[in-house]
Design a protein around this ligand. Structure first.
Ligand SMILES: Nc1ncnc2c1ncn2[C@@H]1O[C@H](COP(=O)(O)OP(=O)(O)O)[C@@H](O)[C@H]1O
Ligand SMILES: [Mg+2]
Length: 411
């Protein structure tokens, strides 16, 4: 028996595709390497849950580390401040690195730690939740964050490294609204985002001085949420992560098996790719289940019969993945999703959803916005909607116990 190489919900053993996005990010980081200058304004990778944002960031971060970057990694938590953790991660990443090994550099790092801890106490005091009439950010904290990141990056560079790469995953989470009806952000978390954005913005204006990159990832609404904390966040560069194309989907399934001397038959691959819908999380689920059904030895093959034998297991796994999303929807949103799913087309006119629910478009906008924010649906063009994961629509139909509807009677 050979160990199952698929990794739903986990880091992939073989990273596939994403050439365009990788190139874009690598190109920006190349500027840091070549000229010691900042990679530009904040870059965020956005897309629905499970589309592969974290995997892409990990891949880029690993490459950056091989290119001589010191990389810090922070994960945003729902409605929680994150700057403290972010600066702490930078300090820890520096402390671990060879590039900051000279005694003078170690000393400076230690000083910086002390200095920035003092600074953080101040930042905390300034953004304590519930403080009335608090400024969204204050220049003291922005200056401190700039100074800290600037010095940290310079230390790496002077020690012979390329620079500092600061990664913040789940960047939407700290900025999430209180609820569907209450758009209020957590004040302390929003203040942290404002401070970070201001610092990055200031530094980008003098980019020659800072061998630094700041890279985030989050759900589709990330940029909009950032813009609520600082208007110039509009300048944030967004990389929208699409589904995987056919060849990448194929590679996602075939490559991990190939490394273990196991192959997929063409029919099995075709079937699995069709089921997976270009959605990496689904494809990993399918790969794992088909592998388990085949239980191949080295030199073995995963056939269509194996894949089909796994169909029930796959359906259950996909359902539990969708169930988590479904439960994150309110009743109004569930009805909205149902109206969309019943159309059974790729894109759905917003007006048709309004008609199906017997509501005017204005009263629908809350549900629509919130579903977009949750990454369940997207608006590919004005007045149009679609599911971010097409197979989710089948799940929604099943939840509503709705038969597919004859669209010819609709218009
Ligand atoms: N480029 C890729 N190659 C192979 N597997 C991937 C790729 N991108 C994502 N995956 C797989 O898809 C799943 C979801 O990926 P993840 O990066 O966690 O998504 P997100 O961060 O967008 O929620 C994981 O199981 C991961 O292994
Ligand atoms: Mg992720």
């Amino acid at each position: 028996m050979v160990t199952n190489p698929y990794s739903p919900g986990d880091r992939p053993r073989v990273f596939v595709g994403r050439q365009a996005e990788r190139n874009k990010l690598r190109e920006r980081l190349a500027r840091v390497i070549a000229y010691g200058e900042m990679m530009g304004p904040l870059t965020v990778v956005t897309g629905p849950r499970g589309v592969g944002k974290t995997s892409l960031l990990r891949d880029v971060a690993d490459q950056a580390a091989r290119d001589g970057f010191v990389v810090s990694w922070t994960v945003g938590l729902k409605r929680k401040p994150f700057l403290d953790e972010l600066l702490g991660q930078v300090a820890r990443a520096l402390a671990r690195t060879e590039a900051v090994s000279a005694p003078a550099a170690r000393r400076r790092l230690a000083e910086l730690g002390v200095q920035f801890n003092v600074g953080l106490v101040k930042v905390d005091a300034k953004v304590a939740p519930g403080t009335p009439d608090r400024e969204p950010f204050d220049h003291g904290s922005v200056g401190q964050v700039e100074e800290f990141l600037g010095e940290a990056a310079a230390l790496v560079r002077s020690g012979g490294g390329a620079g500092l790469l600061v990664v913040v995953d789940e960047l939407h989470a700290p900025l999430e609204p209180a609820s569907d009806r209450d758009p209020g952000q957590d004040q302390a978390a929003a203040a942290d985002a404002a401070v970070l954005l201001n610092a990055v913005q200031d530094m980008a204006a003098e980019k020659e001085r800072f061998p630094l990159g700041v890279l985030g990832a989050g759900l589709p609404q990330t940029k909009a949420l950032l813009t609520r904390t600082a208007t110039f966040a509009e300048r944030t560069r967004e990389i929208v992560l699409p589904k995987l194309d056919g060849p990448a989907s194929r590679a996602l399934l075939a490559e991990p098996a190939k490394l273990l001397g196991v192959s997929w038959s063409d029919e099995a691959l075709d079937w699995a790719i069709q089921q997976g819908d270009g959605y990496p999380q689904s494809l990993q689920i399918i790969g794992e289940a088909a592998w388990d059904a085949a239980d191949p030895a080295e030199g073995g093959e995963i056939t269509l019969a194996h894949a089909k034998a796994a169909e029930q297991a796959i359906r259950l796994e996909l359902e539990s993945m969708f169930q988590a999303r479904w439960q994150a929807a309110t009743d109004a949103e569930k009805r909205f999703l149902g109206a969309m799913a019943s159309r059974q087309t790729d894109t759905i006119p917003r007006a048709a959803v309004a008609r199906a629910l017997g509501l005017d478009t204005a009263s629908l906008s809350m549900a629509r916005r919130s579903l977009i924010a949750k990454g369940m649906i997207e608006a590919p063009a004005h007045g149009e909607l679609r599911f971010t994961i097409p197979s989710f629509s089948r799940f929604v139909l099943a939840q509503h116990d709705m038969a597919p509807r004859d669209r010819s009677k609709d218009e």
